[in-house]
Design a protein around this ligand. Structure first.
Ligand code: GRF
Length: 234
């Protein structure tokens, strides 16, 4: 069955969410504004960062939201990279426990998450309740500095993708994508500026229907290929 992707906000349900972020926090701001404005049925119950000086932490504190810093584990403390990441995620889970969020919202979280976190947020229907926004039209330009990658490559279009998070980086089911022309851009910064303006609308709008969990994951290929979320017809 193929259903159109249609944003459906359930304004009545207030879903507790935790934001994971490593830096500036402009997407966190956009989400907070949407909640304040009353059209995103969510409450940010915790903000977790791996960076003690991340500006997002001050922004959250200013709003009275509990914050935690879970710094990266050193290779001295744990030499094995995979184990190190898993131990880090276990600490994130501990930090989140008092807030008991239903969803994790990754917004500029510069870490690869492991099954320790993903399985803790796995729904009964099989999808992960972890979202991310990526600054490209996935599967193009995964990884870091994706707006710059698009500019350097010389593409005509860039874009942003909101997806559910699975173990393979930047590859979970796609919730929403939006493209924009970068033909007129003269620098990577210009692409980023246009992209962020789109992200700040796209992420809260998408969360409004994803958090309501009124969707099906449409499997077109076997994992880890990208899949798309379709809103379930009522
Ligand atoms: C955004 O471009 C987001 O797509 C990417 O990292 C950036 C975070 O920006 N994952 P901010 O911290 O939300 O301002």
């Amino acid at each position: 069955m193929t259903a159109p992707l249609v944003a459906q906000a359930d304004a009545k349900a207030i879903v507790p969410i935790a934001v994971l972020a490593s830096g500036r926090g402009s997407n966190f701001d956009a989400i907070s504004r949407a909640i304040d404005a009353g059209w995103l049925g969510a409450k940010v119950v915790a903000v977790v960062s791996d960076q003690p000086d991340a500006p997002v932490l001050d922004k959250a504190r200013a709003l009275g939201i509990p914050t935690s810093v879970v710094p990266a584990i050193s290779s001295k403390e744990e030499p094995d990279r995979v184990t190190r990441r898993k131990k880090h995620d276990a600490r994130v889970l501990e930090a989140l426990a008092p807030a008991n969020p239903r969803f994790l919202v990754m917004a500029g979280y510069m870490r690869v998450v492991t099954p320790v976190l993903i399985e803790a947020f796995r729904s009964e229907r099989g999808y992960s309740r972890i979202t991310n926004i990526h600054p490209s039209l996935l599967p193009a330009f995964p990884g870091v500095e994706s707006y710059a990658q698009a500019y350097r490559y010389g593409t005509c279009l860039s874009g942003a993708t909101v997806h559910l998070v699975e173990e393979t980086v930047d590859s979970g089911p796609i919730c929403a994508q939006e493209s924009f022309s970068i033909l007129g851009c003269q620098s990577e910064k210009e692409v980023e500026k246009l992209g962020l303006a789109i992200e700040h609308r796209l992420y809260p709008q998408t969360l409004a229907w994803v958090l309501a969990e009124n969707f099906e994951v449409e499997y077109r290929h076997s994992p880890p290929a990208l899949r798309r979320l379709c809103v379930r017809p009522n």
